[in-house]
Design a protein around this ligand. Structure first.
Ligand SMILES: NC(=O)C1=CN([C@@H]2O[C@H](COP(=O)(O)OP(=O)(O)OC[C@H]3O[C@@H](n4cnc5c(N)ncnc54)[C@H](OP(=O)(O)O)[C@@H]3O)[C@@H](O)[C@H]2O)C=CC1
Ligand SMILES: O=C(O)[C@@H]1CCC=N1
Length: 271
């Protein structure tokens, strides 16, 4: 499977995360190319992963067996239409798109009835601890297995049966690293107010998050049970958790996740 040539169109944050995971998992760098409209990110990818790069999307698409679309959703129509105009044979290749919001039908309007996988990774893919949701359209079993192989180094993969579930996985995992970073940022700010220096505070908060997530993954207990283990009757945790609860944490989280889904649905209509 490592013989297939994989080209990324767009070499930003998410392309870097997936490329890092592929290379770390042993995918040959000579079979990976990244194209970007400007040079700095390409130079960094060359230096870090020894992949091939290009300032021409068309060159990358011509070279590739598999084309991974990794530009922002707002750029996607222009990129796809230009690819089809300059590399008409790209229609015969396998496409993967990382973009939020855009349904398969939109790509078919721009590129024809292509074989496409919508993938929704998240940034912890960079360190092999990501979650990627995947929805295939018109793909063979081999193509599905190959895309699973591409993302194998990113962490957990979840194949979805309904396209609408992509918007749900955006809320649950795609956008979710930002929720945790926001929570940790708030904890770090308070720790600094309490007198810990910034480096110490960041490390203490991140280590606690890592410890809690590792315990949850290794334990059969529910999150509620693990929380109960920390919460002594009449103790400090009870006061903190009650404050979260009284101030509506659960509803706030649900509202935020629903807002992410609503935005993905709106993008599907407007982009
Ligand atoms: N970030 C995340 O956590 C996740 C993002 N995604 C999806 O991944 C996609 C990329 O997001 P992300 O990596 O964060 O965005 P970035 O802005 O970091 O990367 C987009 C890249 O596309 C390049 N680009 C823009 N227009 C063109 C063009 N016409 N031709 C070639 N390259 C172009 C940009 O170049 P330049 O450097 O010149 O601006 C930039 O490097 C989005 O569709 C997003 O929805 C999916 C899951 C998670
Ligand atoms: O914010 C976004 O739209 C993208 C998709 C998921 C994470 N980042």
């Amino acid at each position: 499977m490592n013989d297939n040539r994989v080209a990324f169109i767009g070499a930003g944050n998410m392309a870097r995360c997936v490329i890092a995971a592929m290379v770390k998992a042993g995918y040959p760098a000579e079979n990976i190319m990244a194209a970007n409209r400007s040079e700095p990110k390409l130079l960094a990818l060359q230096a870090d992963f020894a992949i091939t790069t290009s300032l021409s999307n068309s060159e990358a698409a011509r070279w590739a067996d598999v084309i991974i679309l990794a530009v922002k959703p707002q750029m996607m129509q222009q990129v796809c239409e230009q690819l089809l105009a300059e590399v008409p044979e790209c229609q015969e290749k396998l496409f993967v798109t990382l973009a939020a919001g855009l349904p398969v039908a939109r790509y078919e309007a721009w590129l024809g009835e292509i074989r496409l996988v919508r993938a929704m990774p998240n940034t912890p893919s960079l360190v092999g601890l990501g979650v990627t949701g995947l929805f295939p359209s018109r793909c063979s079993n081999y193509e599905r297995a190959f895309v699973d192989h591409i993302f194998s180094g990113t962490g957990m993969r979840v194949w979805l049966e309904q396209e609408a579930q992509i918007n749900h996985i955006i809320a649950v995992t795609g956008s979710a690293p930002a929720y945790f970073f926001y929570f940790m940022q708030a904890m770090q700010q308070k720790a600094e107010e309490l007198g810990f220096n910034s480096t110490e505070a960041k490390a203490m908060v991140a280590q606690t998050a890592l410890g809690a997530a590792t315990m949850a993954l290794q334990s059969e207990h529910s999150f509620a049970e693990l929380r109960a283990q920390v919460t002594s009757k009449g103790g400090t945790t009870h006061e903190a958790v009650t404050t979260f609860s009284e101030q509506g944490l659960e509803q706030m989280v649900a509202n935020a996740m629903q807002a992410a889904i609503a935005r993905a649905e709106a993008m599907a209509k407007t982009l």
